[in-house]
Design a protein around this ligand. Structure first.
Ligand code: EPU
Length: 422
């Protein structure tokens, strides 16, 4: 195990290149199971979640080669239709092999992902969607076993749940429907850019899909799909995390490059409301600290609303923003593990019913803290950047799940971070 020691107070400057999106890569890698032909996926971030996904694919029979962000996958023959517990428990997103396995093999046995520190994360909507296409689902020995004895058949499928649409659920149904007989209409579909990227990938493989990026996706099943070359979209959450770093600790401005600004409009608007100077260019965004920082009220929402994956990072910014800010997470109301760790650094945060009320303090101070999940750990790094003293953040394997070399990238901007054995 490793930990970070972050020496707070170094001003940030310069620019950083944003990696390809983790959350777009995961379902796209799973979708390579839909063809016997070779798929080339570029800009796959080298993070442990994509590594887990590649292990799962290899386990299922795929041949995988990986070199500097490009992954070449060929799954000529499926060796198994089972994603085992020891891999699935490491990464909840492994559930997105269900759709492709069902489509290609008419069967999928996937271990149930179980609990997760950001809250109860059921897969009932995934199963409802796949059952709608003709699969039977039963839970046995901790696995969900799906079988479509007579093949999958297109239907109208409603994917909306009480917390809104489901991103990976929409992906799963879309991946199953592309090879189903006849037409599928997904209503209540998630509109996230990662869903659109998956749809583009599938369309390049020969799938017939329209409406991705809207709540209604129409799919006409085809008999088979072919190989494809695809470049994954930039990671909007990594970009957002660095923008918040700039808003907290830039000397003048920092610039994030290789981004898609329209994917992070809600964050740019929020940073501007907080008084930060933000300049949006073509594929880049620059940000600086606010001269007169003000807090804000923000509520997470499905895209194009403010992303739950940026909620923790905003808590770090608000922890030292004068006045009172309120952060409400409607998607994962229990996703506030970072709050108690930030309190150990002197933050004034009260969390109740999925809402954090944050009263800005003048400065945070270093303390040993523990990363609990991916975005919470990113938020702790941000908080540590301008805390007084050296903050030790343990369990940084959480951050390595989804940020490619975050320590090196921050060091390049001027931060002082050491990665040491814990
Ligand atoms: N939900 C259900 N039933 C389901 C599925 C979801 O009730 O069958 C609920 C969830 O509990 C939650 C809401 O629906 O309240 C939305 O969850 P969603 O299914 O959209 O989440 P996900 O697809 O499992 C993806 C991202 C998450 C991100 C969420 C929300 C990937 C690999 N993961 O998860 O990313 O927070 O969408 O935008 O794409 C992260 O990167 O740190 C991360 C957790």
């Amino acid at each position: 195990m490793e930990k970070f020691i972050v020496h707070g107070g170094s001003p940030l400057s310069g620019s950083v290149n944003i990696s390809g999106s983790k959350n777009a890569s995961l379902p796209i890698l799973a979708a390579t199971l839909l063809t016997r032909e070779t798929c080339v996926v570029r800009r796959v971030p080298d993070v442990s979640d994509t590594n887990y996904m590649l292990q799962i694919l290899q386990n299922l029979g795929a041949e995988v080669e990986r070199a500097s962000g490009t992954v070449v996958i060929r799954c000529e023959k499926l060796r198994s239709h089972e994603a085992p517990y020891d891999l699935v428990r490491k990464m909840r997103a492994s559930v997105c092999v269900m759709g492709p396995l069902l489509a290609r093999h008419n069967r999928a046995d996937v271990s149930l992902p179980g609990g997760c520190v950001i809250g109860d994360r059921p897969i009932d909507l995934h199963l409802r969607g796949l059952e709608g296409l003709g699969a039977e689902a039963r839970v046995e020995g901790g696995n969900v076993r799906l079988e479509a004895r007579y093949g999958l058949e297109g239907r109208e499928i409603d994917m909306s749940g009480k917390h809104g649409a489901t991103v990976l659920g929409t992906d799963n149904v879309m991946m199953a429907a592309v090879l189903a007989k006849g037409a599928t209409v997904i209503t209540g579909a998630a509109c996230e850019p990662e869903v659109v990227d998956l749809a583009e990938f599938l369309i390049s493989m020969g799938a017939k899909i329209s409406g991705a990026g809207t709540p209604r996706i129409e799919i006409e099943g085809v008999a088979e799909l072919g190989g494809v070359e695809h470049t994954v979209i930039p990671d909007r959450i990594e970009a957002g995390t660095f923008l918040v770093a700039g808003a907290m600790a830039a000397k003048e401005r920092i610039t994030v490059k290789r981004v898609e600004p329209r994917h992070i409009e809600s964050l740019v608007d929020l940073l501007r409301r907080c008084g930060c100077p933000v300049e949006v260019g073509d594929g880049s965004i620059s940000v600086g600290r606010a001269e007169n920082p003000v807090g804000a009220n923000v509520t997470t929402d499905p895209y194009p609303g403010f992303p739950t994956d940026m909620q923790a990072q905003m808590c770090a910014l608000f922890a030292t923003t004068p006045g009172t800010s309120v952060v409400r997470d409607t998607i994962f109301p229990q996703r506030f593990m970072h709050a108690s760790e930030m309190k150990r650094m002197g933050a004034d945060i009260q969390v109740e019913d999925g809402t954090a009320v944050i009263r800005g303090v003048e400065q945070l101070s270093a303390a040993p803290v523990m990363a609990s999940d991916l975005r919470a750990s990113a938020a702790l790094v941000l908080a540590a950047l301008n805390a007084k003293g050296a903050t030790e953040i343990s369990r940084v394997y959480h951050i390595d799940r989804g940020y490619e070399n975050i320590d090196d990238k921050l060091i390049q901007l001027g931060a002082e971070i050491e990665r040491v054995p814990a």
